[in-house]
Write a protein that binds this ligand. Structure first.
Ligand code: FES
Ligand code: MG
Length: 599
C-alpha cells in the first residue's frame, strides 16, 4: 500500500477541498455521497481513480470488462484509492454502421471531456475491440493524468472439425468457399460462428490483438498482460493488479507523456512487425503520437519496421490463435527475442515503473512453433512498405501476408525485382463492388488490379475496411484466389490479402485515385516504393480539370450530425485521421490547467 497524500496536491482536491469556494465543495461532495461514498472517504485525501468502462451490450468484444471492473475496483481499494466507474461511448467493430472507424474520434472526444471535467486523479482504460484501445489511449494522452490500460483479452481459440478457426480470417476464407460452391449458406454460418467460442475480442492477430499488444509495447499496460485470454483466471488477477498499480502511479505522478516517448513508438513499430500486426496500427499510432506530442512519420514504419522479422505464427499471417500466443509467452517473449538483435529501445519506461528492457529481457518462449526464436523467424523483413506516387502521397502494404512467390518476384529478388503492372478495375464504394464484381462485362482477369475508392475518412465517412476484395467467382473457380487490391479505405486486420491500403489523400479530397478509370494501366514497384497510374501529364491535367468542374469526387451525404462534424475536420490516414480543427475551432492536442467551477 502506498502512502497518500504525496507532497503534490491531488487533482481531485480542487473539487472536494476548496476553501475559497465552500459552496461548490459542498455541492460536489453532496452528489458523490448519494451512491454510498462517505464524507470521510471523500475528505480522506485518497486518490480518485476512474474506470473508463468500454464494455456494454452494444460492445460484446469488451463486455467482459463489466466483470473485470469488479476486480479492478478491489485492487484500487486495496491500494488506498476510490474507484469511480463510468461508461465510454461504445465501439464495436463489426456492428457499427457505416463503420466503427467513424467512432474512434467520437469516443476520444467524449472520454477527454470526462477525464478532464470530473474529479479524477487517474484512470484505468478498459481496452479491447479495435478502436476502443486507441480511443482510450488518445484521450489519456490529451488529458495526461496517470493512466493504465487493461486489455479484456482475446476469445478462446475457435475450432471446426479439428482445425483452428480464427475470427475474421475464417470469414474471408469461407466467403471464397461459398463463392466456389464448396459450402452452402448453412455451412458458411457454422464455420464462421465456430470462431467465437467465448467472451473476448477477436482471437486472430487482427486489430484488437494488435492494438492491445502495442499498448503493452508502448508501456501503457502491465507487462505480459495484453495477451491473456478473456476467460482465464490470470485475466481476473491482472485486473486486480492493474487496479493496485494505478494508485501507486498517482503517488509517483507517472503520466502518459512520461511513457509515450518517440522511443516507445519506435518499439511499437518494431513489435508490430514481429507479431504480424494489423494495417490499422499506423493510423492509430499516428493519432496517438500526435496527441502525445511525439513526432512520428508514416515513413518511420518502413525505416524502423520493414526489416524486422515475423516471429509470431498467428492467423492471418500464420496458423495459431490467441490462446496459443499467450501460452507461448505473449509480447514479453517476442520483445526478448528482438532485444537480442538490439532492435528495441530498452530504456523506454512502462506503467510498472520499470523499463521494457527490465520487464522483458529474460522472458522465454514456451512454444517455438507459435513464437519463433529470432534466428529462426517465419519470415525475414516482414514489416510494412510505405508507397507513394501519382495515385497517393502515402499508402501501406503489409508484407508479412505476401505469398512467397509474389515476394520473390516483386520484392526480394535483389538483382532486378519486377514492377507489377495491371489493368485497373475501379469501384466507387463497396456497394458498387458487390454489385458488379461477378459481372463478366468487367473482364476481370489475373492481370487486373482491383481499386476501391470513396472509402476514406471523408468519403465513407470514417474509412471503412473494404479494400480487400475477392476476385470474381469465375476466377476463384479457375484457381485465382487473390488479386492485388488498392484503395483509400482500410482493410480488416484479420485479412491476409496482399493489399495496398490507407491511400492518402483519399479520392474524396482530390487524391489521385479520383482520376483513375477502369481500363487504365497501373504500375506498382514495391522495390522502389511507388504506385502510379500510367497516364501522361496532359491527360492527368485534363482529368483533374474535369473533376474540379464537376465539383470534386462525389460521395454520399452525411446522415448524422457527427458524420458531418467529423467530415468537416478529419485529417487523412497517414497523419492519424484525427480531428484537425476546422473553420470554427482550433485543434487542442493537450488540455491545460483545471476546468472552471460550474456554478
Ligand atoms: Fe471486436 Fe474483432 S470485432 S475485436
Ligand atoms: Mg477491423
Amino acid at each position: 500500500m502506498t502512502d497518500h497524500p504525496t507532497s503534490r496536491p491531488l487533482r481531485s482536491r480542487a473539487w472536494f477541498d476548496n476553501p475559497d469556494n465552500i459552496d461548490m465543495t459542498a455541492l460536489y461532495l453532496e452528489r458523490y455521497l448519494n451512491f454510498g461514498l462517505s464524507l470521510e472517504e471523500l475528505r480522506s485525501g485518497k486518490p480518485i481513480i476512474g474506470i473508463a468502462q468500454t464494455g456494454s451490450d452494444l460492445s460484446p468484444c469488451n463486455r467482459h470488462h463489466l466483470v473485470l471492473a469488479e476486480r479492478v475496483r478491489e485492487g484500487i481499494r486495496e491500494a488506498g484509492g476510490i474507484a469511480l466507474e463510468f461508461p465510454v461511448h461504445p465501439i464495436q467493430e463489426t456492428g457499427k454502421r457505416p463503420t466503427a472507424g467513424l467512432d474512434r474520434n467520437l469516443a476520444y472526444l467524449g472520454l477527454v471531456e470526462l477525464l478532464y471535467g470530473y474529479p479524477l486523479d487517474a484512470v484505468v482504460l478498459t481496452t479491447g475491440c479495435d478502436k476502443t484501445t486507441p480511443a482510450c489511449l488518445m484521450a489519456a494522452a490529451t488529458v495526461n493524468i496517470p493512466a493504465i490500460a487493461l486489455s479484456v483479452g482475446p476469445m478462446l481459440n475457435g475450432w471446426y472439425k479439428g482445425q483452428r478457426t480464427g475470427s475474421g480470417t475464417i470469414v474471408w476464407r469461407a466467403r471464397q468457399m461459398l463463392a466456389a460452391g464448396e459450402i452452402d449458406h448453412e455451412g458458411f454460418i457454422k464455420l464462421v460462428t465456430s470462431s467465437a467460442p467465448s467472451t473476448g475480442y477477436c482471437n486472430t492477430m487482427g486489430t484488437a490483438t494488435t492494438m492491445n499488444a502495442l499498448a503493452e509495447a508502448l508501456g501503457m499496460m502491465l507487462p505480459g498482460s495484453a495477451a491473456i485470454p478473456a476467460p482465464y483466471r490470470d485475466r481476473q488477477e491482472v485486473a486486480y493488479r492493474t487496479g493496485k498499480r494505478i494508485v501507486e502511479m498517482v503517488a509517483e505522478d507517472l503520466k502518459p507523456t512520461d511513457i509515450l516517448t518517440r522511443e516507445a513508438f519506435l518499439n511499437a513499430i518494431v513489435l508490430n512487425s514481429a507479431i504480424g500486426g494489423s494495417t490499422n496500427a499506423p493510423i492509430h499510432l499516428a493519432a496517438l503520437a500526435r496527441h502525445a506530442g511525439v513526432e512520428l512519420d508514416i515513413a518511420d514504419w518502413q525505416t524502423h519496421g520493414l526489416d524486422v522479422p515475423l516471429l509470431v505464427n498467428l492467423q492471418p499471417a500464420g496458423e495459431y490463435l490467441g490462446e496459443d500466443y499467450y501460452r507461448a509467452g505473449g509480447l514479453p517473449a517476442v520483445a526478448a527475442q528482438l532485444m537480442r538483435r538490439g532492435l528495441l529501445h530498452e530504456n523506454a519506461l512502462t506503467v510498472n515503473g520499470r523499463t521494457i528492457g527490465d520487464n522483458c529481457r529474460d522472458a522465454v518462449i514456451e512454444d517455438e512453433d507459435v513464437i519463433r526464436p529470432i534466428d529462426r523467424p517465419l519470415k525475414e523483413a516482414a514489416g510494412f512498405l510505405v508507397l507513394r506516387g501519382n495515385l497517393f502521397d502515402a499508402a501501406i502494404m503489409k508484407t508479412s501476408v505476401i505469398g512467397e512467390e509474389f515476394r520473390e518476384r516483386y520484392l526480394s529478388n535483389p538483382e532486378d525485382p519486377e514492377a507489377f503492372e495491371g489493368r485497373a478495375v475501379v469501384f466507387d464504394g463497396p456497394e458498387d463492388y458487390h454489385h458488379r464484381i461477378d459481372d463478366p462485362a468487367l473482364a476481370v482477369d489475373e492481370n487486373s488490379i482491383l481499386i476501391m475508392r470513396g472509402a476514406g475518412p471523408v468519403g465513407y465517412p470514417g474509412a471503412a475496411e473494404v479494400v480487400n476484395m475477392r476476385p470474381p467467382a469465375y476466377l476463384i473457380r479457375s484457381g485465382v484466389h487473390a488479386l492485388p487490391c488498392l484503395g483509400d479505405g482500410r482493410q480488416s486486420g484479420t485479412s491476409a490479402s496482399p493489399s495496398i491500403l490507407n491511400a492518402s489523400p483519399e479520392a474524396a479530397v482530390g487524391g489521385g485515385l479520383a482520376l483513375l478509370r477502369t481500363g487504365d494501366r497501373v504500375r506498382i514497384d514495391l522495390k522502389r516504393g511507388t504506385a502510379d497510374m500510367l497516364l501522361d501529364a496532359d491527360e492527368i491535367a485534363r482529368r483533374r480539370k474535369a473533376l474540379e468542374e464537376a465539383g470534386g469526387y462525389a460521395y454520399p451525404a452525411s446522415q448524422t450530425p457527427w458524420q458531418a462534424i467529423q467530415r468537416a475536420s478529419v485529417g487523412q490516414m497517414h497523419t492519424g485521421a484525427i480531428l484537425e480543427g476546422a473553420e470554427r475551432f482550433q485543434r487542442i492536442a493537450q488540455t491545460s490547467g483545471l476546468p472552471r467551477d460550474n456554478h
